[in-house]
Design a protein around this ligand. Structure first.
Ligand code: SF4
Length: 304
């Protein structure tokens, strides 16, 4: 792995782009992120890529397209290792909340190597409290992957924190298919898996909705399918990616108060995750850093 660029602000998020296997077409990005209110020894979030590009091609994400296959377990670890290696030895093993998020480029459930990484994480970083975070669209072809994830969670992470987040985005299945064009679990299938995954009193699985103008999100449908003891709802703004703007998608978070209120009344924990506005300036949304670097390289090769 060769680091090609580093951008951002160490107080919020630094985005790295790396090249792999000596192939200029194989780039992946990863992020060293922190909570501005907590020192790194208390909370450290590292976000890694799992695929070169992404075969799902969601309408709101710059990672889609140019899919060139999966990263190996070693290549996924190399991203986190690089970030951890920039800090004093022992910081990762003593960090109270070391989160490794599989939430950058790629659909993690389509890469079997992600399971190997999750299995090895606590040993690799000598930290029994490392927290894996999987963000997924729940592709239908990955059912066996999800069964194996559940086995790993029950054996290695029993009684420990493990975050699972489903990108749901709409309560209307047709809209979900339009936004996330991959055959995937419907709401009922997600609900059934979550029931198995979340232990009584354990961390709830998150249903993520990037609210988009004109895209239905009906609290009644959420409440009919999901148990508020097993699921929470996360509302996020639609990230200002090039793909979202090309697809004509517009952020609807400013109109989200009634949805949040209704969901709260139905017993759901609702998290409004706006993030740092400076993250958008940094371009720390999925796929943006690689896209920018590829465009720069193209301009160097073919000057405007
Ligand atoms: S949101 Fe996730 S699954 Fe969808 S294109 Fe981006 S990386 Fe792939």
């Amino acid at each position: 792995m060769k680091i090609l660029s580093k951008t951002g602000d160490p107080n919020i998020a630094e985005v790295f782009v790396a090249g792999f296997r000596g192939d200029p077409g194989l780039m992946a990005e990863f992020v060293d992120s922190r909570d501005p209110n907590l020192p790194k020894k208390d909370k450290w979030v590292i976000i890694v890529s799992t695929q070169f590009g992404c075969p799902v091609e969601c309408l709101m994400c710059d990672s889609g397209g140019n899919y060139r296959g999966d990263l190996t377990a070693g290549e996924i670890f190399a991203q986190a290792d690089h970030i951890i290696g920039l800090y004093p030895e022992g910081l990762a093993s003593h960090c109270r909340k070391l989160k490794i998020q599989f939430a950058r480029m790629g659909e993690p459930a389509l890469n079997p190597a992600v399971l190997d990484v999750i299995r090895e994480l606590p040993d690799r970083y000598d930290n029994p409290n490392v927290i894996p975070c999987v963000a997924t669209t729940a592709p239908a072809s990955a059912s066996a992957w999800f069964d194996r994830l559940l086995e790993i969670k029950r054996s290695i992470y029993a009684g420990k924190l493990f975050q699972l987040q489903f990108s749901v985005n709409s309560t209307n299945e047709k809209e979900r298919d339009r936004l996330m064009p991959v055959p995937k679990w419907d709401l009922l299938q997600i609900a059934k898996y979550g029931e198995r995954f979340v232990e009584k009193g354990g961390r709830k699985a998150a249903l993520n909705f990037a609210l988009t103008e004109g895209v239905p999100v009906e609290p009644e449908v959420i409440s009919r399918h999901f148990d508020p003891d097993k699921f929470c709802v996360k509302i996020t703004p639609l990230n200002p990616t090039e793909t979202a703007s090309e697809s004509g998608l517009k952020n609807a978070v400013p109109n989200s108060h009634h949805i949040m209120k209704e969901l709260s009344l139905k017993g759901f924990d609702v998290i409004l995750s706006i993030g740092e506005s400076r993250e958008n300036e940094i371009g720390s949304n999925c796929g943006q850093a690689v896209r920018k670097l590829k465009a720069q390289n193209l301009r160097t090769t073919f000057p405007l």
